[in-house]
Design a protein. Structure first.
Length: 276
């Protein structure tokens, strides 16, 4: 009898938990569904009815034809791709040196490096802007990409790299492997989950960046998607269907990246010990 009661109680608790999680999922998905439906209307307000929805993709067509959205899309793809590539490369090398090639003062260097995370980006924005201006690098991809590399990636990968056995690295060196071979053929495959996690974080940050691209790029051909999206709002009235069509296109790429790398992303976060 006790086993039956326990089984029934377990089923009821699972049903309640499932209903609660389902409700949370609906609440979380509602803004995206609302954005998608509104993108198929010509509404000049954020309120609409289902009768206003027309699956004709006119707004999506107008986004590319009337607003030249293809240039910001291209810029965002280039900036996000190279930011992820450079961040993964430099952060993994720095983490490898700090964790596996310890030297006198390495802990102090790492502590100083981590201290930069406490400095808000808005504080360093003006000095970096002046540096880019003096070097005639405004309205360039370098200016968009360079400031995106920070200490968080080093921290993330270093935490994960501490679980890599030193014996594997030593065995490779005994067999005659050089530093480059050891790093690329032994270390990199072992820290792949952490690199995937860093790539997702970096991509989303670079893709959604607004303030820095707005400041550093005055040329309309160098605008990124968030900046171009902000310009879709009219001075007197706004076609929110057009704005939401641009928002949907902006949302698709990070969503697909996360959906494709979800398993490795979760594994990298779990094993590196980073918690939100």
């Amino acid at each position: 009898m006790n086993d039956v009661n326990k089984s029934l109680s377990h089923r009821v608790s699972m049903i309640i938990l499932g209903a609660f999680l389902g409700l949370l999922a609906i609440i979380a998905c509602f803004p995206f569904v609302y954005m998608l439906l509104l993108s198929f209307t010509n509404s000049t307000s954020l309120r609409f009815s289902l009768s206003d929805v027309h699956l004709d993709f006119v707004n999506y067509k107008d986004v590319f034809e009337k607003t030249k959205f293809i240039f910001p899309l291209k810029n965002s793809v280039i900036v996000a791709f190279f930011t992820c590539l450079i961040n993964a490369l430099f952060c993994s090398m720095a983490a490898y040196g700090l964790e596996k090639k310890r030297f006198a003062g390495s802990k102090g260097v790492f502590a100083l490096y981590m201290a930069t995370l406490a400095v808000p980006g808005q504080v360093t924005m003006i000095p970096v802007f002046l540096m880019m201006r003096d070097m005639n690098l405004m309205n360039t991809y370098f200016a968009l990409i360079c400031p995106s590399v920070d200490a968080f990636g080093v921290f993330l990968i270093k935490q994960f790299m501490s679980s890599v056995p030193d014996e594997l690295i030593e065995a490779g060196q005994i067999d005659g492997a050089g530093e480059i071979y050891t790093f690329t053929k032994i270390v990199i495959p072992l820290i792949k989950p952490a690199l995937v996690s860093l790539t997702v974080f970096t991509f989303i940050s670079a893709w959604n960046g607004f303030l820095w691209p707005l400041v550093i790029c005055s040329d309309s051909k160098m605008q990124t998607l968030p900046v171009a999206l902000s310009l879709l709002k009219g001075k007197f009235d706004t076609n929110y269907g057009l704005v939401m069509a641009g928002s949907t296109l902006t949302f698709i790429f990070p969503f697909l990246l996360y959906a494709f790398l979800q398993k490795q992303f979760v594994e990298g976060i779990a094993l590196s010990g980073v918690k939100g």
